[in-house]
Design a protein around this ligand. Structure first.
Ligand code: SF4
Ligand code: SF4
Length: 136
């Protein structure tokens, strides 16, 4: 992927931020360590799902605690954002048993289909889900 395309996709995300609203983004111990190192207390930016026991990003007034502005939006911790935010909209579809685009939540998923065919990225996502989040 070239720099020009990356910049275009960043622009798309900055004017969208759909995945930063009512986020259910799971975060790993390494994610928490990385964000905590910036001076944030763990409970100020994350909650534990009472049903699953999994830790995820906290929302305030319907958006992630780290989301700022409005079209363009910014992520206050962009360079230290959790890994799940970096992979999105590439997700693991349990029913189909494969990594794919989240067509439900990302309105611009067609711009990101290159992620599905990037074997290194797919392997990284599977490793993250398996080892960092211990989901399977
Ligand atoms: S929903 Fe898709 S286009 Fe919108 S910010 Fe998230 S990844 Fe970017
Ligand atoms: S950490 Fe940043 S990229 Fe991730 S959901 Fe929050 S605002 Fe969005």
């Amino acid at each position: 992927m070239n720099t020009e395309n990356t910049a275009t996709l960043q622009d798309t995300c900055m004017s969208c931020a759909a995945c930063c609203h009512d986020t259910e983004m799971l975060i790993s111990p390494a994610d928490m360590e990385q964000v905590s190192a910036l001076g944030y207390a763990i409970d100020s930016f994350s909650i534990i799902d009472p049903e699953t026991g999994e830790r995820m990003l906290k929302n305030i007034n319907g958006s992630c605690v780290f989301l700022e502005g409005k079209e363009p939006y910014t992520c206050k911790i962009y360079h230290a954002r959790p890994k799940g935010c970096r992979f999105f909209p590439l997700i693991y579809d349990q029913e189909r048993g494969r990594c794919t685009m989240d067509r439900e939540y990302c309105p611009h998923w067609r711009d990101f289909t290159w992620m599905e065919t990037d074997k290194t990225l797919v392997r990284e996502l599977l490793n993250f889900l398996k080892h960092d989040l211990q989901l399977f």
